[in-house]
Design a protein around this ligand. Structure first.
Ligand code: NAP
Length: 270
């Protein structure tokens, strides 16, 4: 049996167990996957405990993505660049490798939803936090022609743009109008926030071929997605990235390609 789980605080509502277990059931992989609530300041003990218990992997969610780094033997180039780990793999010798599958998950989700990636595209990313940084890094590596980082703090946008130095620029006021792909990586439009009913950006001037992605998955249809859809634009919510990042983790731990459709359906079922 392969044993894995997710650490976070809180972690009660994590959809990761449902997503990973659905994939395992579909493939006949013998996987146990559990939620482990880990309080801030307790990640070292949690990693030691997971290693001692023979776990193969851990998903890492808020607020531990940065804090785990100093307790790992090795981190991937992606995780080092993002200064964030969302996936720990325990080697047969107990060594710990940290990776970040958020950017790969975004690309997997976009390709799954829209049938193509970002090669040759102008991608406009709204926000410069953890999710935005993962998307910028991944799009830079996936052949985006240009990436515009639109964030309210210029210094954060400049720092995030360094993750794709050849193609990304910070904080262009008119950046979204001629974008091929727009990605909302802010909480604007998210349920139970002060900006729940707000549009992350105006969509009125977008071209008819623009793909609009909102990384939010609660609600499933955000104000941005609703407005885009009203204009006939292709628009996609955040469940695909959620399923995609889990699919990449599942492949790490099991060595088997993950069934994205199954994981997406499990993510949607909550
Ligand atoms: P984060 O690290 O806190 O970054 C949030 C970004 O949004 C920051 O740049 C922040 O700017 C900006 N922001 C916050 N409130 C804003 C507002 N009212 N107007 C304009 N910009 C605002 O958060 P995160 O982890 O990157 O998450 C961002 C979004 O992505 C959330 O909605 C989250 O649910 C979603 N997400 C989805 C997935 C998925 O798998 N689908 C994964 C991760 C995150 P300041 O720095 O100036 O505050």
């Amino acid at each position: 049996m392969i044993r894995a789980g997710v650490i976070g605080w809180p972690v009660t509502h994590s959809r990761s167990p449902a997503i990973h277990l659905a994939a395992a059931a579909a493939l006949g992989v013998d996987l146990e996957y559990r939620r482990f609530p880990v309080a801030p300041g307790s990640v070292a003990a949690a990693i030691r405990g997971a290693r001692a218990s023979g776990l193969r992997g851990l998903s890492v969610t808020m607020p531990h993505k940065e804090a785990v780094i100093e307790h790992l033997d090795e981190v991937s180039d992606v995780a080092a660049a993002l200064r964030a780990v969302n996936c720990i793999t325990f080697g047969p010798d107990g060594r710990t490798l940290g990776d970040n599958t958020d950017g790969a998950g975004f690309l997997l989700g976009l390709e799954h939803d829209s049938g193509s990636g970002v090669e040759g595209c102008h991608v406009a990313v709204l926000g410069a936090g953890g999710a935005a940084r993962a998307v910028i890094h991944a799009c830079g590596g996936a052949g985006a022609d240009r990436i515009s980082v639109v964030a309210r703090r210029p210094e954060a946008a400049i720092d995030a743009a360094h993750l794709a130095p050849a193609v990304a620029e910070a904080n262009l006021a008119s950046a979204v109008h001629d974008a091929d792909v727009i990605v909302n990586a802010t909480p604007v439009g998210m349920a139970d926030t002060p900006y729940a009913g707000e549009l992350a950006c105006s969509v009125a001037a977008l071209g008819p071929d623009t793909r609009v992605v909102d990384l939010i998955y609660n609600p499933l249809v955000t104000p941005l997605l609703a407005a885009s859809s009203d204009l006939g634009l292709r628009s996609y919510g955040g469940l695909s990235m959620l399923a995609g990042q889990a699919a990449a983790q599942f492949a790490h731990w099991t060595g088997v390609d993950a069934p994205l459709d199954v994981m997406f359906a499990a993510a949607a079922a909550g």
